[in-house]
Design a protein around this ligand. Structure first.
Ligand code: TXA
Ligand code: MG
Length: 323
């Protein structure tokens, strides 16, 4: 780990600059969560609507009362079991949290990342007492980055564009974004799953001893829950395993170029490689990225969610290419 680079990045963040930060899920585009102008710069760089809330990342054992009005027992249980780790909790916000962070809502998303570089940065930044607002370091709607080079591909070289520095923590272990659980409506709805991820709904339900509600109309805005999200530029089509060869043959008969993503690994390995694979296939110049549909099993929930969103805007493309 490059201590000098981490110290330099912390000073840049304290000065209101943006830094690419590795986490165990995906790379984040970090800014001082206590500095509304710095948070606004994230939205400008991403091209993201400013009413979308961003997750605040905190150091291990951080004082959460700076961010959350209360930490209910359900949150304490989840924190004890899964932090640091790929789990984001939505809690009622403390009054001093900038509206730029919450998207003007009365809740805040908190996450304590496990990646050693992220933890070292959070300890160095404001002596471990600050918070780093960090959405995934991609342009709005695009595939999340899982390497430092992906961040540079999105925003340009450090210092030359909106990002002052990118810390290289290697390829992200998990590969898909954190699981998000909403604990702001425990009285009425109970805990709700806003975004599936590596920490499964099963694991959370077992720990809390209750089932998770699904996001409903009243759920807070989650850009990760927009239908079209995480999408490459090339259209994406999901096809059942048994149909893959037939579809490829039919596309080839029409002279179409197909990039194929097979499903040959377990869910964790697949998630780890998913975004890098989509980025690589996107560079092939194919007419279509054909994705072999993974199993519809709980372990695959996070992956299937991201694939469905990647394919959402491409509905009908396969039929047109075969017509
Ligand atoms: O794994 C992750 O969560 C990564 C890494 C960098 O930590 N971050 C990430 O951030 O995926 P982002 O902004 O791309 O997605 C975070 C999601 C968004 O959909 C946002 O709307 C939601 O979390 N979110 C943040 N704060 C929220 C809040 N107060 N209420 C509801 N949703 C919230
Ligand atoms: Mg994102």
């Amino acid at each position: 780990m490059d201590r000098d680079a981490i110290r330099a990045a912390a000073r840049l963040l304290e000065a209101g600059k943006l830094v690419g930060m590795p986490t165990e899920t995906v790379y984040g585009l970090a800014a001082d969560a206590g500095n509304p102008a710095a948070v606004a710069a994230i939205f400008a760089a991403k091209g993201r609507p400013s009413n979308h809330p961003v997750i605040v990342h905190v150091a291990r054992d951080a004082d959460l009362s700076r961010w959350a009005a209360e930490v209910p027992p359900e949150a304490q249980k989840l924190i004890a079991a899964f932090w640091p780790g790929p789990l984001t909790l939505i809690l009622k916000r403390a009054p001093q949290v900038p509206a730029a962070v919450t998207g003007g809502q009365d809740s805040v998303g908190l996450r304590c990342p496990a990646h050693p570089v992220a933890q070292a940065l959070l300890k160095e930044f404001r002596q471990g007492q600050g918070g780093l607002a960090a959405p995934s370091a991609n342009r709005f709607g695009r595939v999340s980055p899982t390497t430092a080079q992906h961040v540079i591909d999105e925003f340009g070289a450090p210092g030359a564009g909106p990002v002052a520095a990118v810390l290289d923590g290697g390829p992200c272990d998990v590969g898909i974004e954190s699981t998000i659980v909403d604990l702001t409506r425990l009285d009425t709805l109970g805990p709700a799953l806003l975004r599936p991820g590596r920490i499964s709904a099963d694991q959370i339900e077992q720990l809390l001893g209750t089932s998770l509600a699904l996001p409903d109309q009243a759920a807070p805005r989650v850009s990760g829950s927009l239908d079209a999200h995480y999408a490459p530029k090339t259209p994406v089509s999901l096809v059942a395993a048994a149909q893959v060869q037939r579809v490829i043959d039919a596309l080839h008969a029409k002279g179409r170029r197909v990039a194929l993503m097979r499903c040959e690994s377990d869910a964790h390995d697949y998630a780890h490689a998913l975004y890098a694979s989509l980025r690589a296939l996107d560079r092939e110049g194919a007419d279509l990225i054909l994705v072999e549909q993974p199993p519809q099993e709980p372990a695959w929930q996070g992956v299937n969610d991201r694939l469905r969103r990647a394919a959402f805007d491409s509905a009908g493309v396969l039929d047109r290419l075969l017509a």
